[in-house]
Design a binder for this molecule. Structure first.
Ligand code: MTE
Ligand code: MO
Length: 388
């Protein structure tokens, strides 16, 4: 409690927070509705939240390797066809705290709720680029532009006080089916009303909205569906057509996935590509049972052949209403387990149980092979291949 008090005093003493504002909802709030109300939508910031107070003068400059650089005002964006795209945004660091139990990791200590699902309303980037003379399905402009960089208004310490920025390939930006948006609405609430001129908060009850939209990028943000949240740049200031992918901190020195052997002393950032896609998350389910009436202490699941493990959740008696709580023990019954894991394109998923006498399953079937082929208690392995 004394720690919490200190933190509170610190923020009161300093008008500028020492750390940017980050927030995530409780688990129960997150799963209480399919569309995440803005109040329960996680917020991830790397610097102070900028306030655009003159919407008439606000504009996005489109520059770089294009023939006709242009400034787009909000009215230009509003004039383009409006799309409503339902997309889940997830921070690459979601569920980080669970990962840090294996070994310490660096970053915001997210639980499982740095994720949210919203209807984003806005213009498609493909239409904006077409307005500037870049046709649909272009992978390179005549002057060699191959990436689209989004630069924000906010300033952050990782960029040495410069703006937050990121890029995506031009081929994705000009693909109508990729649904990349310049969004001015979130869950049906226009984020183009000025700070003083907001509709009353009551209008949005149930669906979320109002003041918090500032946190999500007012007046205009990028939404790149299907990839990590870090590329969905908020408070857009400019769009640059560039030859190589964005050299900003968050592309080159952060949000890259390294093998477990890499640590902060031997890391070489240039050896990996910036992370874009999220791996597929699947639910692994199964049963575990031990002989002699011993219960199951734990079930571990691995997606990397047993280098690292996550503990599965377990349940017994689930969905069997006719077994009363005071019925005879279930020590003779199996345990069901379940775990949510991220899997790369191909993976070997392994499950192993530990019983209450601390018996563990043997790693390989070779060590317990017998000619009758009985008592195969070795780790269960399932190879998966993620397809479309
Ligand atoms: N855009 C700007 N300008 N500044 C930021 O700090 N954070 C990024 C991305 N866009 C960020 C940004 C990260 S890491 C994530 S996960 C998402 O915004 C979070 O979006 P949200 O706060 O609307 O949930
Ligand atoms: Mo993020």
């Amino acid at each position: 409690p004394s720690e919490a008090l200190k933190t509170t005093l610190l923020t009161i003493e300093h008008p500028i927070f020492s750390e940017p504002f980050n927030a995530e909802p409780p688990r129960s709030a997150l799963v209480s509705s399919y569309m995440t109300p803005v109040d329960f939508f996680y917020k991830r910031n790397h610097g102070p939240i900028p306030i655009v107070d003159d919407i008439e003068r606000y504009c996005v400059s489109v520059t770089g390797l294009i023939d006709n650089p242009k400034q787009l005002f909000m009215k230009d964006i509003w004039n383009l066809p409006k799309y409503n795209i339902t997309a889940t945004l997830q921070c690459a660091g979601n569920r980080r705290t669970a990962m840090s139990k294996t070994r310490t990791v660096k970053g915001v200590g997210w639980d499982v709720s740095a994720i949210g699902n919203a209807v984003w309303g806005g213009a498609k980037l493909v239409d904006v680029l077409e307005l500037l003379g870049i046709p649909k399905l272009t992978s390179a402009t005549s002057s060699g532009g191959k990436h689209v960089e989004f630069v924000s208004i906010d300033k952050c310490k990782e960029e040495n006080g410069g703006p937050y920025k990121a890029s995506i390939p031009l081929s994705q930006a000009t693909n109508p089916e990729a649904d990349v948006l310049l969004a001015y609405e979130m869950n049906g609430v226009s984020i183009h009303c000025s700070t003083e001129n907001r509709p009353p908060r009551d209008e949005f009850l149930g669906f979320g909205g109002s003041m918090l939209l500032l946190d999500h990028g007012y007046p205009l943000r990028v939404v790149v569906p299907g990839i990590i949240g870090a590329r969905s740049v908020k408070w857009l200031d400019s769009i640059n057509i560039i030859a190589e992918e964005c050299q900003g901190f968050f592309m080159q020195k952060d949000y890259k996935m390294f093998p477990p052997s890499v640590n902060w002393d031997n890391i070489d950032w240039s050896t990996r590509r910036p992370q874009m896609d999220f791996p597929v998350q699947i639910t692994v389910k199964g049963y575990a049972v031990s002989g002699g009436g011993r219960g199951i202490e734990r079930v571990d699941v691995s997606i990397d052949r047993g280098r690292t493990w996550v503990e599965a959740s377990r349940y017994q008696k689930a969905g069997i209403p006719y077994i009363a709580d005071n019925a005879s023990s279930d020590k003779w019954a199996w345990v069901f387990f379940e775990a949510n894991v991220d899997v790369p394109m191909t993976a070997e998923i392994v499950a192993k149980a530990v019983d209450t006498a601390a018996n563990v399953q043997p790693e390989n079937v070779e060590t317990i092979w017998n000619l009758r082929g009985i008592l195969n208690t070795s780790w269960h392995r399932v190879r998966v291949r993620v397809g479309h």
